[in-house]
Design a protein around this ligand. Structure first.
Ligand code: FES
Length: 109
């Protein structure tokens, strides 16, 4: 993985589920950073504030029995988390372990 400098230090990858797909992402990082790990170019190109202002990075996260909406840039990933309802600005491209900007998906349909 390139761009190690943008991630918080991590020793290992942890397993999470995005729209029924298992993905490995770096521990100790925000959800948004983990999505970037899966799609460096797509998330880097998105117009996101990364600081809680734009509200464009909302995701639903399920930990144990509870599901809540949260800002991906403000929430640290936890092993086993299940992510759904990823913001339209950053959406999971079905069938692939990458995230993709929605506008790119529309262009290819
Ligand atoms: S990236 Fe703007 S609120 Fe999370």
């Amino acid at each position: 993985m390139e761009h190690h400098e943008i991630f918080e230090p991590y020793q290992k990858l942890v397993s999470i589920i995005i729209d029924d797909k298992e993905c490995l992402v770096p521990e100790n990082n925000s959800i948004l950073r983990c999505l970037q790990y899966l799609d460096m170019e797509g998330v880097s190109d998105a117009e996101l504030c990364w600081n809680g202002d734009c509200m464009d990075c909302m995701v639903s996260i399920t930990d144990g029995n509870s599901t809540k909406q949260t800002l991906a840039c403000r929430t640290e990933i936890r092993p086993g988390s299940i992510l759904t309802n990823i913001s339209e600005k950053i959406c999971f491209r079905s069938g692939k372990t990458r995230v993709k900007i929605l506008s790119d998906d529309i262009e290819t349909k």
